[in-house]
Design a protein around this ligand. Structure first.
Ligand code: JB3
Length: 221
């Protein structure tokens, strides 16, 4: 007898806002069973027909072996909360589902860690690696041999040329472009529409065309 067909477990989405809505829409398109979402705002209305299960306590009613989590708390900037949510539930042995929209184009050798979220229309070229809990948002283009580290977020329409490093926890704003071989240090922010032609140090905010340092120390606490 071969291995039983691997049935993907049902999921619970953490968060009930805009990012959760995009994820729930994608999960429904993927045919996944969404048990509900959890949010401290326990009276939020259903999202695309999916109801709230209450606050995060509701997750503990489900066995970590029988349900996967989806981190529906997004971020525009350095997201401490999104990272804390991921780490908190990983510590209690829950698994985070990797969510990839059916219209995304991902090369066969791309390394994708747990909890990565790749939205509609995104393209990830060969040799690239995506770290845990990273968001590759709508229509993002990641070219060959890029490294997107854990908890990083590429906002809609970002374009990375080949060999770009986006280090842990960094945020690249809507429509920004980063040329070949550039490194963006950890916990840094690239402003929307920026064109990055020089390496970005850790913990700073850059913006403009070409991008220049705007704030020398991003808060990460
Ligand atoms: O830029 C794009 C395309 N999307 C943005 C996304 C990446 O990040 C979006 O525009 C927003 O900027 C943001 O989406 P998000 O995180 O859904 O933002 P918001 O609509 O404010 O919803 C956040 C939800 O998380 C709220 O309902 C909060 O109550 C909830 N929340 C906050 N802390 C939490 C917690 N939910 C749970 N389960 N646990 C928490 O600790």
């Amino acid at each position: 007898m071969g291995e039983p067909y691997h049935i993907k477990p049902p999921v619970i989405v953490i968060g009930g806002g805009g990012h959760a809505k995009v994820l729930i829409s994608t999960l429904i398109l993927l045919g996944r069973k969404v048990l509900g979402f959890v949010d401290p705002k326990t009276s939020l209305p259903p999202i695309l027909g999916i109801s709230t299960l209450g606050d995060d306590q509701a997750i503990s009613l489900h066995d970590p072996d029988k349900v996967h989590l989806v981190n529906g708390v997004g971020t525009t900037g350095i997201s401490v909360l999104r990272r804390q949510i991921y780490q908190k539930f990983r510590k209690t042995y829950y698994n985070f589902e990797t969510v990839i929209h059916p219209s995304a184009i991902i090369a066969l050798d791309v390394e994708i860690a747990d909890g990565v979220q790749i939205m509609a229309g995104a393209i990830v070229q060969p040799g690239s690696r995506l770290g845990a809990n990273a968001i590759i948002n709508t229509g993002v283009r990641v070219d060959h041999d890029c490294s997107i580290e854990a908890h990083a977020h590429l906002a809609p329409g970002v374009t990375l040329s080949g060999g770009v490093l986006i280090a842990e926890g960094s945020f690249v704003g809507t429509g920004a472009s980063i040329i070949h071989g550039i490194s963006v240090g950890p916990n840094s922010i690239v402003g929307a529409g920026a064109v990055v032609i020089r390496n970005v140090p850790a913990g700073v905010t850059v913006a403009g065309v070409p991008a220049r340092v705007m704030a020398a120390k991003n808060k990460t606490k």
